[in-house]
Write a protein of this length. Structure first.
Ligand SMILES: [Fe+2]
Length: 276
């Protein structure tokens, strides 16, 4: 489905939920691995037990491909920031996740970005505004750059190639909402719109890729309950609000019921745990 739900869409897509969580603050990304749980967390009353995490059934189509265009260059530098000293332009971060068809995030995905500079020009001799990176263990990426300038015949866009380990390359482009030229650029595809918000003179964009990678849900771990007195934080344990654990030698109190997962360690999940 389109990840940019119009008002009236029956249910939010996973990506819509992700974006809402991203917009909610820095604490959210650590929670995103359990997106279905997160979606339900938003509606559950504090302290109530949650249903077991449902099977992911988002219905998302893979991110559509787009033409490479004439300006791709291989062998870009590995870097998450394309900013260089004195770079003019409105600062932009693009954050998101890469998923497979099974709604599971994919670590180690190669993302190679290239874009025009503030004046709409590509660097075809060097590597300005070109760089590649890999998604982290949570399938997340973040690109720091500038809002690309416009050039004749096109609306504003960022080029990207995405490749899961051992899989084909997806070549596509990302677009900005509320651009007048979106209406006249024949290549523009609303499925490739980022969400973009202002952030103190800069822009913060979000986009999640779905690669055509088959994933099986895998065996779900059997949840366990914490031992009396809490014990050491352990992935797979079902914690209730008020449960106490230790992690890294510190004590934490559970703020809302959840099943612990790698990446949700108490120091990484302030929405779930507070020190105390
Ligand atoms: Fe381009």
């Amino acid at each position: 489905m389109d990840d940019h739900d119009e008002p009236g869409t029956a249910r939010p897509s996973r990506k819509t939920v992700l974006r809402a969580a991203l917009a909610a603050g820095a604490a959210a990304p650590a929670l995103l691995l359990g997106v279905p749980a997160l979606a339900r967390t938003r509606t559950a009353s504090p302290g109530t037990s949650l249903e077991p995490t449902p099977t992911c059934d988002d219905g998302d189509d893979p991110t559509p491909p787009q033409m490479e265009g004439p300006y791709f260059k291989p062998n870009s530098p590995r870097r998450t920031s394309l900013l260089e000293a004195g770079t003019p332009g409105v600062r932009l971060t693009v954050s998101g996740y890469v998923f497979g068809r099974g709604c599971q995030p994919i670590p180690g995905v190669l993302l190679d970005f290239w874009q025009a500079d503030n004046n709409g020009a590509y660097d075809n001799t060097g590597f300005r505004f070109r760089g590649h990176q890999f998604t982290d263990a949570r399938g997340a990426f973040q690109l720091t750059t500038i809002v690309p300038g416009l050039y004749p015949g096109r609306t504003r866009h960022i080029h990207v190639k995405a490749q899961a380990p051992g899989r084909p390359v997806l070549t596509t482009q990302l677009y900005f909402p509320n651009e007048p030229r979106n209406a006249t650029d024949a290549l523009f595809d609303p499925r490739l719109l980022m969400t973009v918000r202002d952030a103190g003179g800069a822009r913060e964009a979000a986009f999640d890729f779905v690669l055509d990678v088959t994933q099986s849900p895998g065996p779900s771990p059997t949840p366990t309950t914490p031992p009396p007195g809490g014990g050491t934080w352990t992935a797979g344990t079902v914690y209730r609000a008020g449960d106490r654990v230790t992690y890294g030698g510190r004590g934490y109190v559970c703020l809302q019921a959840h099943t612990a997962q790698p990446g949700w360690e108490p120091p990484n999940a302030p929405a779930l745990w507070r020190a105390g």
